[in-house]
Design a protein around this ligand. Sequence first.
Ligand SMILES: [Zn+2]
Ligand SMILES: [Zn+2]
Length: 139
Amino acid sequence: MATHRTGRCACGSVNFAFEFDPTFIAICHCLDCKKASGGEAATWFGVPTTAFKITAGADKMKGFVYVADSGKKLTRNFCTECGARLYTSDLEGFPELTFIQIGSLDDPSGIRPVLEMFVKRRLDWQQPLDLPQFSDMPH
Ligand SMILES: [Zn+2]
Ligand SMILES: [Zn+2]
């Protein structure tokens, strides 16, 4: 049985839950992840959209449609009360997945990155982890 996981925005207005054990958990250093998160990288994983639901505050959310570097569209979903990013959905490349960043989870234990990608964009002070390294997308 898949683990029941919950997450929320910074102010707690919007809550979500999913029943899924992610296996592809990436630390992504790409420019989109840098710009969208404001950090050096983003740690994220995909969950089947059918296994994902908003459990509180659906009326406090806004989605922003954006065309990524790849030329593909996606929607970034934010809390309108605190501005925290909740998840990314409707990716043209992966329409059946919702992408969640690990920091949104209430309890991220047991979810660990399995690779690093777009490491060509990694800043020089950031040490690689002992994980498979991909210059661009994994292949
Ligand atoms: Zn919030
Ligand atoms: Zn990225």
